[in-house]
Design a protein around this ligand. Structure first.
Ligand code: SF4
Ligand code: SF3
Length: 546
């Protein structure tokens, strides 16, 4: 039996055990468990032998990519996962040959063998192998946080920004999951530390993105189409986008973004490409409706890929990096990180231009520097009472009907409130006409989910401006939507920064045991969502500067 409860859509809110709601097969789920177990073995060796991570960059990068491969909707390809396990076991064994310990954990010594043997081994090392439900809950929450950290670090590394300190923490926590002597208190303390590294990695990625591509600026993004053949690029990796834009220059092929790639349009660097036309469609889960009418090839640089419904769409999907889908062409980087997208471009030339599904523009680009540039205006609007409250509504979107709550919530907020958003959660309200307050739009999009960091920086800046001793005294409420493990690290980062009373929805994580949920409620005031009406009332009552 498989068992996975890492995402918000987990079956019955408790766990997928036959097949993933996401489409993950039992074999894929088990291979992901075994891959994680192998990574724990590598961490065991590194910690026991006190190896210096600075000298292990090849292993580090492969561990980071492996963690990324196990995030929801990243990799559905059992062959790719099996290959990765074999590769990591051989790297693990060569690390061990340098070591001195005689006391390695089974994770560092087991041998994998055939697919059947791998699947059998996986049965005993997955989530349910931890008996105590509270320890299991905390351990898994930390592993999901590490997956989020790994995803963001992977993007930073692609832009030549690495961090041995963050990598060392990943090993430290992976190794800790093998230590049965750790208590609930130890794990609670580690959870906040994981949040601390979440802040560090988002700051590192922010630096990597802004140093290379400039600081996001207020931008109008076209959501209509032109008449040229085109490629749709999805996911979060800006370096992949840069390479694709360079290679499609003067080819007659346009490039559009989908879902989490939308914020690329906010960076000054990407504005120089006239064939970088706009954004096509909405959040990830709408791809099933939107890809058929796009007609051109689709390049997935990261999550979220949804198993395609037709062979026709599947034949146009290409994957790269940690992403994989059986039957889709995977493009790998050469030793210098260069990727050759010529087959994607050649295919595009033979296909029809996209059908228009929307028209007009949307506005975004409110990352920290742009907000700072508007700081006077914003502060005056708060002081005059024109803005009563900010709502951080960052995170992920998803296909559950209950997420209509977020559209309704945004539509029903009083006119003197502003939504700060990041991540694909934005698609629930970024096309509503919510107007502006003295020229400040009522929905300010900072960027991708990792740009939640920008929202935290904004909050810290406001705390300084208003000379407050506590972030929670600001007129900012947090109503976060989550789906996958990057949202878990964003949440842990906010907890580490001391943000209290976060509402988390549309459902609380299935991986929270009742006791762990209680700790989060009692110490951080975390709660789920209620009705739109009740929640707005509750949020508006707690108004600072009364
Ligand atoms: Fe289920 Fe989510 Fe795991 Fe997929 S990632 S198997 S939907 S819990
Ligand atoms: Fe979205 Fe998958 Fe999480 Fe980066 S693309 S936020 S869900």
């Amino acid at each position: 039996m498989m068992f996975c409860y890492q995402c918000q859509e987990t079956a019955k809110g408790t766990g997928c055990n036959v097949r993933g709601v996401c489409g993950k097969t039992e074999d894929v789920a088990k291979l992901q468990d075994l891959l994680i177990y192998t990574l724990k073995g590598i961490a065991d060796i590194i910690k026991k032998d006190k190896l210096d991570v600075k000298e292990l960059s090849e292993v580090n990068h492969k561990v980071i990519e492996s963690l990324f491969m196990t995030i929801t909707n990243v990799n559905f390809d059992s062959a790719a996962l099996e290959k990765k396990i074999d590769e990591m076991i051989s790297l693990r064994d060569s690390l061990k040959s340098k070591g001195t310990s005689e006391n390695y954990h089974d994770a560092a010594t087991f041998q994998a063998g055939s697919l059947e043997e791998k699947l059998k081994k996986a049965e005993g090392v997955g989530v349910l192998s931890t008996q105590d439900e509270d320890i299991r809950s905390l351990k898994e929450m930390n592993i999901y946080g590490l997956k989020g950290i790994a995803a963001y670090l992977h993007h930073a590394i692609n832009l030549n920004k690495d961090s041995d300190e963050i990598t060392d923490y990943i090993y430290d926590t992976l190794a800790a999951t093998l230590d049965d002597s750790l208590t609930v208190d130890d794990w609670v303390a580690r959870t906040l530390k994981t949040g601390q590294y979440g802040v560090s990695v988002m700051a590192l990625l922010d630096q990597a993105n802004t140093e290379r591509y400039g600081n996001p600026q207020i931008s109008e993004v076209n959501i209509g189409v032109r008449k040229n053949p085109a490629i749709l690029i999805s996911g979060h990796d800006l370096n992949d986008l840069e390479q694709l834009l360079e290679q499609t220059k003067d080819s007659g092929v346009d490039v559009y973004t989908h879902s989490e790639m939308l914020p690329a349009h906010y960076y000054p660097f990407f504005k120089k490409y006239p064939h970088f036309v706009g954004n096509y469609g909405n959040a990830w889960w709408k791809q099933l409706d939107e890809f058929p009418s796009f007609h051109g090839p689709i390049l997935f640089t990261t999550n979220c890929i949804v198993p395609p419904r037709s062979e026709e769409v599947k034949s146009r999907i290409f994957t790269t990096g940690a992403v994989g889908y059986p039957g889709c062409t995977h493009i790998t980087a050469d030793e210098n990180g260069k990727k050759d997208f010529s087959q994607v471009i050649e295919l595009a030339k033979t296909l029809d231009p996209p059908d228009e599904i929307e028209s007009g523009t949307i506005v975004g680009g409110f990352a920290h520097e742009q907000i700072f540039a508007l700081a006077d205006k914003i502060v005056n609007a708060v002081k005059s009472g024109a803005i009563k409250k900010f709502f951080v509504m960052a995170g992920c979107d998803g296909r559950m009907k209950s997420r209509e709550y977020y559209t309704e919530f945004a539509s029903n907020l009083p006119d003197d409130t502003v939504i700060l958003t990041a991540g694909c959660a934005k698609y629930r309200y970024n096309k509503l006409d919510l107007g502006d307050i003295g020229g400040i739009p009522r929905v300010l999009d900072a960027g991708q989910c990792n740009d939640s960091y920008s929202l935290a920086v904004t909050a810290l800046k406001l705390k300084e401006i208003f000379e407050l001793d506590d972030l929670n005294k600001l007129p900012i409420a947090f109503n976060i939507a989550w789906y996958e493990q990057k949202a878990v690290i964003v949440l842990l980062a906010l907890l580490y920064l001391g943000v209290k009373n976060i509402h988390l929805g549309p459902t609380l994580p299935g991986f929270l045991s009742p006791n762990v949920a209680k700790v989060l409620v009692e110490n951080f005031g975390i709660s789920g969502i209620g009705t739109v009406e009740d929640d707005i009332k509750l949020f508006m009552e707690n108004y600072f500067l009364k």
